[in-house]
Design a protein around this ligand. Structure first.
Ligand code: PMT
Length: 397
């Protein structure tokens, strides 16, 4: 199952006898390619030591909300943003109750409130506690808010009772977590995504480029695969592994990117232009390395082709989504760009804040379409990508 590959899974462990199964969960998640970090409640530490989960996950286990040293490393907000999924297993009756009322009185409940990532719970408790009306009401409150519930399973319990309340088997929980990413919303659709920077050559060893890392575009490609799309990345030079099940076409310059995109259009239903394409290139590219000469030189630049506008102007136009990297009047400029370039949707990216946008792991954007817009709160780029693809699936026709 590819859907957990490269995913950041934040595993929350609360204090029940099933906490010992969290060791197996960490292993299964890692075997499917996920990166795992662990939060333990006080109660959980009575059943299994943080050292065990630290050794298995390869990262310090997070236990305290008000811990200066931990906050200096990866604090609760960073953890909340890092997660592609907050998976709480086991989730005790007490934790379920606290989450349903929005309490933030320990690290795990605080992160659950602070994360934009999906939350999945694997409840585990005595069968009578599970059947109690209070627990049932708490679970349905959480489910109505979009929290995913997996299990519990029924059977013989540690206390000797028989009935529903055992934590679901780790492999079933991991399957459910993987299925969460496999939305299938764009099953069979052919999506082309541009990513990364372009390089406009001055001579054989120098070029004009920008700070795009490709992370946003590659996250979009992974989200497109998860949504069931046949996905092609047209990528400028980046240092990222190809997302699974994605065809990657490597290009350097804006001209090459345009040529590659146009060649893919006959098999493209949705086109997403995330690349930071250079707007200008040197008027001439020297065949040999330019020698150092006078104190000052003048470089003549000429416009590059506008790739996304060219795609949107085709007679057989795909559903076309652009990005707008802006530092001021972000929404007004983005809406103007959407109209001028003939786009169906645009993702407004405020790049004045250097902790989001170019070469960062996180982003915060507003997605605009002709009749509306939606803010996507700051989160890691995988989460933002999944939300963008969800909006694309809703508006694509
Ligand atoms: O790669 P990362 O480090 O993860 O950073 C992500 C990002 C900041 C690069 C990404 O989120 C983003 O905002 N991409 C768009 C960058 C950009 O060039 O924006 P723009 O406002 O200059 O261009 C508007 C749109 O036209 C974009 O869709 C762009 O791809 C497209 N364009 C621009 C110029 C050009 N010659 N051809 C184009 O197709």
């Amino acid at each position: 199952m590819a859907h957990l590959f490269n995913r950041n899974i934040l595993l929350g462990v609360s204090g029940g006898i099933a906490a010992y199964k969290s060791a197996e969960l960490v292993r299964e998640l890692q075997e499917r390619g996920a990166q795992v970090r662990v939060i333990m409640t006080r109660g959980a530490q009575e059943f299994i030591t943080p050292l065990t989960l630290q050794a298995l996950s390869g990262h310090p286990v997070h236990t305290e909300l008000l811990d200066e040293r931990a906050e200096l490393g990866m604090g609760h907000i960073e953890l909340a943003r890092w997660a592609d999924l907050l998976l709480i297993a086991p989730a005790t009756a007490d934790l379920v109750a606290r989450l349903s009322t929005g309490r933030a009185d320990d690290l795990l409940s605080t992160v659950a409130l602070a994360t934009a990532a999906p939350v999945m719970l694997a409840p585990a408790m005595n069968q009578q506690m599970w059947k109690d009306q209070a627990t049932a009401a708490n679970i349905s409150t959480l489910a109505e808010r979009g929290v995913h519930i997996v299990g519990p399973a029924a059977g013989l319990q540690a206390c000797g009772d028989v009935g529903p309340g055992r934590m679901e088997a780790p492999s079933a929980i991991v399957d459910a977590a993987g299925n969460l990413f496999a939305t299938g919303e764009l099953a069979g659709k052919r999506i082309v995504i541009t990513a990364g920077p372009t390089r406009e050559a001055l001579d054989p060893v120098r070029y004009i480029s920008n700070n795009s890392s490709g992370k946003m575009g590659y996250a979009l490609a992974q989200a497109a695969v998860d949504a069931g799309a046949i996905t092609t990345l047209v990528s400028g030079p980046v240092n990222l592994p190809a997302p699974r099940h994605t065809r990657v076409m490597d290009v350097h310059s804006a001209e090459e990117m345009l040529e590659q995109c146009l060649s893919l259009l006959p098999e493209c239903d949705i086109f997403i232009a995330c690349a930071a394409v250079a707007d200008y290139r040197p008027a001439a590219t020297e065949d040999h390395k330019i020698k150092k000469g006078p104190e000052a030189v003048t470089l003549q630049l000429v416009r590059t082709p506008d790739i996304v506008a060219t795609v949107a102007a085709q007679a057989q136009k795909p559903f076309t989504v652009g990005f707008a990297a802006e530092t001021n009047d972000v929404l007004a400029y983005a809406r103007d760009k959407m109209q001028r370039k003939g786009l169906d949707m645009i993702v407004a990216n405020d790049v004045a804040d250097q902790s989001i946008g170019f070469n960062s792991d996180e982003n915060a954007v507003t997605v605009l379409w002709p009749e509306g817009q939606q803010v996507l709160q700051r989160a890691n780029k995988s989460t933002i990508a999944r939300q963008i693809l969800h909006l694309v699936a809703q508006h694509y026709r």
